[in-house]
Every structure is written in C-alpha cells, then in structure tokens.
Design a protein around this ligand. Structure first.
Ligand code: AQP
Length: 332
C-alpha cells in the first residue's frame, strides 16, 4: 500500500474548520487504502514561543481530536514529531543542501515574520520548510494531504529530494501534494479574502472544532456576506457566500449546485441558519468524543507510544541510508 504522511501543529486548543476541511478530513479518507503516518508537529510549534505546559497538553488534545474525527490508531501511526529524532537529524542534512536564497523565497516565512519584522523571527521559523521536507521524505510517501497554503513547501520538498537523489544516489521518493480543490482554502468568516487561520483570524472569523456548538452556529449566522440575496457560488463577487457553500457542501456531501437550487429565492438568513444547524450536528458528537478521550490519558499515551515506535522503524531506515550516502562514518 502506498504511504501517506501529514502533520498538524499543536498550536491551539482546538483544530479549526480550515484544518479539518483542508487536510484532516482527507487523512481519514486516505487511511482506507494507504499506509498512513500522521504526526503532531511540536517541533514546528516551537518556531514561535510556546508555553511548555500548554504545548504538552495541546499535543494530547491534538491526538484526541484526530482519533475523534476518525483517524484509526490501529491503521494509522499517530505520533509526536519530537519523539522520532530522525526528523531533526535528516533536517540538518537537508539544510546543508538548501540554498539561502531558495529558503528566502518561502512566502509563509515572509507572511509570518512581517508582523514583528524579520529580525525578531527565529531562525527556526526560517528553516521550518526544511524540517518539513525531512518530516515528509523520511517516510517515502506517495501523497501528502494538505491545504493550498502548503503547496510551496511541498515543491521545496520535491526539489530537495531530487537534489539529494541526483547528488548521491536515488534515496527519496518524490511525494505528490494531495490537495482537494474545493476545500483547499477555507476562508475567514469575517474577512472572506483571507484564509481561516489560528494566528491571524479574529475569534468571529474562525470556527474551532471544540467550540461550544451554539457559538459556532452564531458565528455562521454573523459571517460577512455581500449585500445581495442570491445563494450562488461566485468566488469573485460573493466570496463569503461561496465559502459558506463550500463548508455546507463538504459537511453534508451535497453538491454546491444542489444547495444553490435548494436555497433559490430564500435569502441569506435561511441559508445561514440551516448551515448553523448542520455545523451543530457535525461538531457535537466530535466534541463529546474528544472530551471523553481526554479523560483517558493512559490510552492516548499508548497510542502515541506505539505510533512513535512504528514511525521510528521506518524513519531510522531512511536516515541510515542518508547517512551512509552522505559519507558519515557508521556509528559503533
Ligand atoms: N484555511 C485553511 N483552509 C484549508 N486548509 C488549511 N489548513 C490550515 N488552514 C487552512 C491546513 O491545515 C493543516 C494543518 O495546519 P498547521 O497546523 O500546520 O498550521 P497552519 O497551516 O499554519 O494553520 P493555520 O491555522 O493557518 O495556523 P497559522 O495561523 O499559525 O498559520 C495544513 O495541511 C494546512 O494546509
């Protein structure tokens, strides 16, 4: 079975709808016919300052949420990045293959460092995409399910893999991004030109999966839309309504065209109210299950322990090949 690999940062108490619809939902679907490795990216998280206790707690919350949304720990290795040291070890080798100018072109660093100025950003934030390349290449996956914002990083990953293969010997598989067009970029409910994001969105712009479901329904009802009344998918003229249609369609598996027909002539009020109900119905069991799992720390620890063991077996084999090819003296 081809492998899939993806990760998510434990930088909030809850995942949001962008994470879920852009990436995590595909994790669940892909585990059917692939060999999946899914990790909680705590090393990426510390590229900006984190409270240590909170970081540890959020890793467990992330694991609980992944299981609650349907990632099956029997089929998928769910693990914490820092527990598999090969990630950091391969990252160093890849850093030595990356041009400074090449790293500089990463737009996410530009976006994330623009607020406080580049000088205040950590070097880790700058080299983050290279660690991400290591995360991926260690597992030689065929696919990496992510949102659109990760496309550039995936391209860098492929470039580095190719460079290594060419300079030394074919070692890495070139991974394909797995990006579902319809949900590749879920937008901020209050600013439907920006992506829904845990660091940039205002509280009203982001739907957190573990929020009180009633609050989420309210956020949908207050979402910014245009001054018209037609429920129609048009990303240029109606970005807010189009974003809500995308969310509605993804949660119910009903095509956008069917929703447009169902709401023809009924106005935005009805549409938002009913989408709010869909959201409540979707998040309520997810939230209950997550909270239940969080009561059972021993099971979560065991899932992460066995996930890290499975991941390390694969990762260490790749790293051994890399060290050999680079010319490192074998460890005693
Ligand atoms: N708005 C989004 N639409 C579609 N996909 C999204 N993803 C994130 N936001 C959207 C996808 O979620 C996965 C995990 O993301 P991450 O934890 O690595 O962090 P991120 O991409 O940095 O998420 P945020 O919310 O945007 O955090 P900040 O604000 O800190 O940058 C990824 O596959 C991502 O594509």
């Amino acid at each position: 079975r081809p492998r899939v690999l993806s990760g998510i940062q434990p930088t909030a108490d809850s995942f949001h709808f962008g994470n879920y619809l852009g990436a995590l939902r595909q994790w669940v679907a892909l585990q059917e016919e692939h060999e999946p490795f899914f990790f909680i990216a705590d090393m990426h998280a510390i590229t900006v300052e984190q409270d240590p206790r909170q970081l540890r707690e959020r890793c467990l919350r992330a694991a609980a949420q992944l299981i609650a949304m349907g990632v099956d720990p029997e089929r998928s290795a769910i693990f914490v990045q820092s527990q598999v040291p090969a990630h950091a070890q391969l990252a160093w080798v890849l850093q030595c293959l990356t041009g400074f100018g090449e790293a500089r072109r990463m737009t996410q660093f530009k976006d994330k460092s623009s607020k406080n100025g580049e000088g205040a950003a950590s070097v880790g934030l700058f080299t983050y995409p290279i660690l991400q390349a290591a995360d991926i290449l260690l597992y030689r996956p065929a696919f990496v399910p992510v949102g659109e914002d990760q496309r550039q990083h995936l391209e860098l990953t492929r470039d580095l893999a190719q460079r290594f293969n060419h300079r030394y010997k074919k070692t890495f598989r070139l991974p394909e991004p797995y990006i579902l067009k319809a949900t590749a970029k879920i937008l901020d409910l209050q600013d439907p030109h920006a992506k829904m994001s845990k660091s940039a969105s205002s509280p009203g712009g982001i739907i957190e999966m573990l929020d009180d479901p009633k609050l989420s329904a309210k956020k949908i009802r207050s979402a910014v839309t245009d001054s018209g009344s037609d429920v129609r998918f048009d990303e240029e003229e109606k970005p807010g309504i189009s974003n809500l249609l995308t969310i509605y369609s993804a949660l119910t598996d009903r095509p956008v065209s069917e929703l447009e027909e169902a709401y023809a002539g009924r106005g935005y009020g009805d549409f938002k109210k009913e989408l709010g109900e869909v959201v409540v119905e979707f998040v309520t069991p997810f939230r209950d299950r997550t909270l239940e799992l969080l009561e059972d720390r021993a099971t979560l620890d065991e899932v992460l322990r066995s996930g890290a063991k499975r991941a390390a077996e694969v990762a260490e084999r790749t790293l051994a090949d890399v060290y050999d090819r680079v010319g490192f003296v074998p460890a005693p």
